[in-house]
Design a protein around this ligand. Structure first.
Ligand code: SF4
Ligand code: ZN
Length: 223
């Protein structure tokens, strides 16, 4: 089996493979190696090891070195961290062959975006809160928020650029919310004047801004 497509697919998910003898080493962000990926790695181990042990020709090495040097120059021009380029595998570098500089710049910017999110930081310019159907409250670019339908006070998205971080079990920095606009909040009926209430997450002051991944905008259509 040609293992290159699988290795490429895993690279794109931040999963790096290397080999020592007949041992396959897997380096991945927390949660990235799902049971399905584990199964595919086990089923294709022999092919992957063969691919990783393949000796590179002098021409291959020269091409990769040239490509890495070209990407480093583009990264410098974009003021990006050079480590993004140094982390690229030989498969990544081979995939870049033949693409124009603009496409390679786009690739580097996408790598930088992923690395920023994996580090638990919000990419520059993402200053608009939206509600992702799967992730809950997250930040996005105002241009993206502007074209989303607004439901119960929140621009709504069926998916977002944090979804892959959530799937990998990573940290998502979130906009502040208040319990008084959340569907899960139950105002205290015994002593409503005290300004308290509860939800499954515990007891809160309704107006206190905090970060909550379980926030669900309250249906305001009947208010
Ligand atoms: S789910 Fe979060 S935002 Fe909603 S009521 Fe509970 S603590 Fe407040
Ligand atoms: Zn999402």
């Amino acid at each position: 089996m040609n293992a290159a497509p699988l290795i490429r697919e895993l690279n794109a998910a931040g999963i790096r493979l290397s080999a020592t003898g007949d041992r396959l080493h897997v380096e991945a962000p927390a949660g990235a190696v799902t049971p399905e990926i584990r199964h595919r790695l086990a089923a294709n181990k022999a092919g992957i090891l063969t691919y990783l042990h393949q000796p590179a020709t002098v021409a291959d090495l020269t091409d990769r070195n040239r490509m890495r040097a070209a990407l480093l120059a583009l990264a410098d021009g974009l003021h990006l961290d050079r480590a993004l380029v140094h982390r690229l595998t030989s498969v990544d570098l081979a995939d870049c062959a033949g693409f124009p500089a603009d496409a390679l710049r786009g690739y580097l910017l996408a790598l930088d975006d992923s690395a920023t999110r994996h580090a638990g930081k919000v990419p520059e310019g993402e200053t608009a809160p939206i509600y992702c159907q799967h992730c809950g409250p997250v930040w996005t670019h105002p241009d993206v928020a502007a074209v989303l339908p607004v439901v119960d006070g929140w621009p709504r998205a069926l998916g977002c650029r944090w979804c892959f971080i959530r799937k990998a079990g990573g940290y998502i920095p979130r906009p502040l919310v208040t319990c008084d606009t959340c569907a899960s909040f139950q105002p205290d009926t015994v002593n409503p004047g005290a300004g308290m209430g509860t939800c499954a997450c515990g007891m809160h002051y309704p107006m206190q801004p905090h970060r909550c991944e379980q926030y669900q905008p309250k249906d305001t259509s009947h208010d």
